[in-house]
Design a protein around this ligand. Structure first.
Ligand code: UT7
Length: 333
């Protein structure tokens, strides 16, 4: 009888740039205060990638660390998927640049754009490459240079975002471990509330699009906030119900880091306030990067067999939840 192949994460790498942008720095640019940002969003500081560098720079560093930590040869990687909304260029993809920089010369590569939900979409795609038996070693690298599309004259969005990338190695297993299931959703009504219109095929880059500041994130914060709480909660509950997971069965919730108040609301509704990964205070919202960067930060606390629920929400709207059975004991670096 053919055994069922599952896909499991077998290592994590990460990279955040050295340059720190504090709330006080932001208060020098727009009419805001450290206190407002801390209490309304829960962010103290975020990292900023130097001008002249793109997302592939961070992705390359994250993948290099991942390959070193897992003793993996770059040539063994058969697929590399990059989840990002801020690739270096429209084309070629960030994935092709990262694969080139890291020596992953045998990998099929593509970018996956699902905004802040990108890591979850990429994880599901990756899991299916592995489950099919076609691919044995795959990397998902996810993250964004959000500061490159942030308007530092708009106080309602500029405190929120930061830069960073995480990367995970995914391999097959016949054990009951790894990426067990995903619920991934889309509602195109979200377009009006969260977008960046300039520079695409509808609003081609012109002096006018620049003057109208269309090359920056636009967000209707309150609408996005409400949907984020509702949809991340409902997706997480739905996937738990599918597997009969009770509150005590869950070891960690790993939510997208957009606002500490959103994270707290989800944790409260799920009744798991003491099992939530949070690093928004030091990194802000790195879009597709938030979930792998949380896993990277908390790796040493993870144990083989731990039940993790990853959940995200972003532009589209896109959102979802992934049920993951962690596959190895994390070690202190
Ligand atoms: O990753 C993609 C998904 N993104 C999200 O999930 C983000 C969701 N949205 C949010 O996190 C929040 O809506 C924000 C952090 C963007 C805004 O927080 P809020 O509590 O929803 O504030 P608000 O928009 O209701 O504004 C409240 C007040 C307003 O003043 P008035 O009209 O009450 O006088 C704003 O003008 O806060 C004002 N305000 C600020 N004050 C100081 C807005 N931004 C700032 C600021 N500093 N930076």
């Amino acid at each position: 009888m053919m055994r069922k192949i599952n896909a499991m994460i077998t290592g994590i790498g990460g990279y955040v740039p050295e340059d720190v942008l504090t709330n006080d720095d932001i208060a020098k640019m727009v009419d805001t205060t450290n206190e407002w940002i801390l209490t309304r969003v829960g962010i103290s500081e975020r990292r900023v990638l130097r001008d002249g560098l793109g997302t592939s720079h961070m992705g390359t560093k994250a993948v290099e660390q991942l390959l070193a930590k897992t003793n993996t040869k770059a040539e063994e990687i058969e697929a590399l998927i990059c989840a990002t909304t801020t690739p270096d260029y429209f084309f070629p993809t960030a994935a092709s640049m990262i694969a080139h920089n890291t020596g992953c010369i045998n990998a099929l590569t593509f970018d996956m754009q699902a905004a802040c939900t990108g890591f979850l979409y990429a994880l599901e795609a990756a899991a299916n490459f592995i489950r099919s038996g076609r691919v044995k070693k795959l990397i998902v690298v996810a993250g964004d240079t959000m500061t490159s599309i942030t308007d530092y004259t708009d106080r309602t969005t500029c405190p929120l975002f930061g830069d960073g990338c995480g990367a995970v190695l995914i391999e097959p297993t016949e054990e009951d471990l790894g990426i067990i299931d995903a619920i991934l959703k889309t509602d195109g009504n979200g377009l009006a509330h969260l977008n960046m219109k300039g520079g695409g095929s509808a609003f081609r880059a012109t002096h006018d699009t620049v003057d109208k500041r269309l090359h920056y994130v636009y967000q209707d914060g309150q609408t996005v906030f409400k949907h984020a709480v509702l949809f991340m909660t409902s997706a997480s509950i739905a996937i738990c119900e599918r597997y009969g997971l009770q509150r005590d069965d869950i070891d960690w919730i790993v939510p997208h880091q957009a606002n500490k108040r959103i994270i707290d609301a989800i944790a409260k509704r799920l009744g798991v306030e003491d099992k939530v990964m949070v690093n928004i205070q030091k990194l802000g919202n790195t879009s597709a990067g938030t979930i792998p960067l949380c896993l990277w930060d908390y790796e040493d606390k993870l144990k083989k067999g731990d039940n993790l629920i990853l959940t995200a929400f972003g532009a589209g709207f896109t959102w979802g939840a992934v049920y993951l059975k962690w596959a190895y004991d994390g070690q202190k670096a």
